[in-house]
Design a protein around this ligand. Structure first.
Ligand SMILES: [Zn+2]
Length: 276
């Protein structure tokens, strides 16, 4: 019997799984891969249907967090995700999570699920979002910790060590960014008074492109589960099917490391080189 192939996404917020990784999650689940999602926050720091926190229309961060967790679980069911875990860190404060706290928390999930492949944000946080940058760093460190049987989790039992075979970072190229820019309000993040914007990856730096055309409607359904964020997605509802396909029909990544393959040839499968 061949062991099931396992894939884990580590994300920062409810909706990252659909917006950033929905295509691959839907595709691999449909191909019998066991998919796992770890989401670091419940998204309580966000807007509610376009209304800022503190306004009369906003339900408050605790109520929004509960609502967004429900939306997350509905989206995950749509994408066929096998198991969802929410770490419940504070939205917009992920860059204040310490190594002693965040690394074992993620490593524990990696050791339990034992994924062959892990996906997360790139160090650029897609558009400089500090939570995305933080989850990229914490996840990368957690993979090292999960594989190290001598890792000191300060008395916490994280389970037996597990070496992830491949780590990927989300890497949107110019084409993907053009589709995003057409569909969304400008994606910017302000940190330390500096406005950060998306910087597309050069096409040559993208190691892996996954065809997810067949699953674009599933991804769109999953995105639509995040009703509380509907204002940000309002423009999406007016898109033609071909524009949706441009958004969700392919996903590109940077292979940060692999223990099973190497070289310059572009991959079309996240499990390339893995026997399971
Ligand atoms: Zn996010």
């Amino acid at each position: 019997m061949t062991a099931a192939r396992r894939l884990m996404v580590v994300a920062a917020h409810p909706d990252d799984e659909s917006m950033g990784f929905g295509g691959v999650l839907a595709r691999y689940a449909s191909e019998g891969v066991e998919t796992f999602l770890v989401t670091a926050t419940r998204g309580g720091g966000g807007r509610y249907r376009g209304h800022a926190a503190g306004s009369g229309e906003h339900p408050g961060s605790a109520a929004l967090a509960s609502l967004r967790e429900r939306e997350l679980r509905a989206a995950a069911a749509t994408l066929g995700i096998h198991r969802v875990d929410v770490l419940d860190y504070t939205d917009r404060h992920l860059d204040r999570v310490t190594v002693d706290d965040g690394v074992p928390a993620i490593a524990e999930h990696i050791r339990r699920a034992r994924p062959h492949v892990v996906l997360t944000f790139a160090p650029d946080g897609a558009y400089g979002h500090s939570d995305h940058v933080a989850i990229s760093q914490l996840t990368t460190a957690a993979i090292v910790a999960a594989a190290d049987s001598s890792f000191d989790a300060r008395g916490r039992d994280l389970g037996p060590a597990h070496a992830v075979s491949k780590l990927y970072y989300l890497a949107w190229d110019e084409r993907a960014w053009t589709a995003y820019r057409a569909a969304f309000k400008k994606l910017v993040f302000v940190a330390d008074g500096v406005e950060r914007q998306a910087t597309p990856w050069p096409a040559w730096a993208i190691t892996t492109v996954i065809d997810t055309r067949q699953w674009w409607q599933t991804v769109w359904h999953a995105v639509s589960c995040h009703e509380s964020q509907v204002d940000a997605y309002a423009a999406l509802k007016t898109l033609r099917p071909d524009q949706h396909e441009a958004l969700w029909g392919s996903q590109s990544f940077y292979r940060a490391f692999s223990l099973v393959n190497a070289g310059r040839q572009r991959e079309s499968d996240l499990f390339e080189g893995i026997d399971a």
